[in-house]
Design a protein around this ligand. Structure first.
Ligand code: FMN
Length: 381
């Protein structure tokens, strides 16, 4: 366990290279990053109300620990979409990671493989599908799609992801256009634009075939063609069979916030959903993702796998989301701050810390396995 490794290093007069306090990751990353990349990661939509609501929602639930339950040996394993995972944690899709660290998604892919934690690769990745797959090796990897309004490009990207060993498709629904994000607008999206140069769409043969000049020759017009193709798209529930036809594997819908949309996902035969408000980056004033999790899990949890993200920072947060019905959670900003602080090592440190904290919190609250958790584990404040 990570805490034991840290105690032992202490005997040799060594302290951890980065803070173990997840609430200080952001401040530590702030010191390393320029305003643009920092604002892109830390920022949210509008006034930041939903970002704050995500955190407040976790504070609104408290764990009620039980005693003398023999929780000395814990097991964090779980099964998601039929695959056994060592822990109930995945790395959320996060675009253009090269703007916080030159190793970008390759570092994340290596750290994820070393930890046995699945990574979800963003369509807006700054490294190609194939390079990330190579860095991830035998790891479990899922692919997140921003659904283009061009079927040839969609099919090409899906085929590349499948050929590169991505097992599950995550379709993000909440970002068909970018929200009013003051941090990024104040920077004119410059960090993003600089990071996107090598990204997945620009390496895609079907996309490149549609450009008059290659992205290397004329990056500006490539970006101008990319944006309307990947955002501003007009997709509907009745188009989901198209993805089924072209994706041989589980499909998960990300960005579900209303219980009726969760029911529609189940009726459409989807394998999973991610209850998420994109970390408060899309609808400012939207409900905290945790506040809608219990009703959604109760409505559809027996028909598909309910995953969760938005605001998870600590082991206790993971435990609370699981107790309220999530099968697993996706970590967002915490591992990106880890990446900013120390590349692959920083991601490993951030994720191992949250997993160790989860393991200790699970045991100290009197639970041995994730199956022991239920709403009864918590008290609403
Ligand atoms: N979600 C996507 O589906 N695709 C993306 O490309 C994507 N890029 C993101 C970039 C950044 C910098 C951040 C912080 C989030 C991004 N997300 C994206 C949303 C995350 O997948 C996840 O929903 C969110 O980070 C969870 O909230 P948290 O950061 O508060 O934990």
């Amino acid at each position: 366990a990570y805490q034991n490794e840290i105690y032992l290093q202490g005997l040799g007069e060594q302290v951890p290279p980065f803070t173990t306090d997840p609430t200080r990751f952001e401040a530590a990353a702030r010191e390393k990053l320029d305003d643009g990349p920092y604002g892109y990661v830390a920022g949210g939509a509008g006034s930041g109300a939903t970002m704050r609501a995500n955190r407040a929602a976790f504070d609104g639930w408290r764990i009620v620990p039980r005693m003398l339950t023999d929780a000395t040996q814990r097991d964090l394993a779980t099964t998601v979409l039929g695959t056994e995972l060592p822990s109930p944690v995945l790395l959320a899709p996060v675009g253009v990671q090269s703007i916080v660290h030159p190793d970008g998604e390759l570092a994340t892919a290596r750290a994820a493989a070393a930890l046995g934690v699945p990574m979800v690769l963003s369509t807006a990745s700054s490294n190609t599908i194939e390079d990330v797959a190579a860095a991830n090796g035998a790891g479990t990897r899922w692919f997140q799609l921003y659904w283009p309004n061009d079927n040839e490009v969609t099919i090409s990207i899906l085929q590349r992801a499948k050929a590169a060993g991505f097992s599950t498709l995550v379709l993000t629904l909440d970002t068909w256009t970018l929200a009013w994000r003051p941090n990024d607008l104040d920077q004119a999206y410059l960090p993003f634009i600089r990071g996107i140069g090598t990204a997945i769409p620009f390496s895609d043969p079907a996309f490149r075939a549609k450009l008059a000049k290659s992205p290397e020759e004329d990056p500006t017009s490539a970006i101008l063609q990319w944006i309307p193709m990947f955002t501003g798209t007009d997709h509907h529930w009745d188009q989901l069979p198209f993805l089924r036809e072209h994706w041989d594997g589980p499909i998960v819908l990300k960005g579900i916030q209303h219980v009726d949309d969760a029911r529609r996902a189940a009726e459409a035969g989807m394998d999973g959903i991610v209850v998420s408000n994109h970390g408060g980056r899309q609808v400012d004033g939207a409900v905290a993702a945790l506040d809608v999790l219990p009703e959604i899990a109760a409505a559809v949890g027996d028909r598909l796998d309910v995953l969760f993200d938005s605001g998870v920072r600590t082991g206790a947060d993971v435990l609370k989301a699981l107790a309220l019905g999530a099968k697993a959670v996706l970590l967002g900003r915490p591992y990106v701050y880890g990446l900013a602080l120390g590349g692959e090592d920083g991601v490993r440190h951030a994720v191992r810390g949250i997993l160790a904290d989860l393991d200790l919190t699970l045991g100290l609250s009197g639970n041995r396995t994730l199956a022991d958790l239920s709403p009864d584990t918590l008290r609403r404040m």
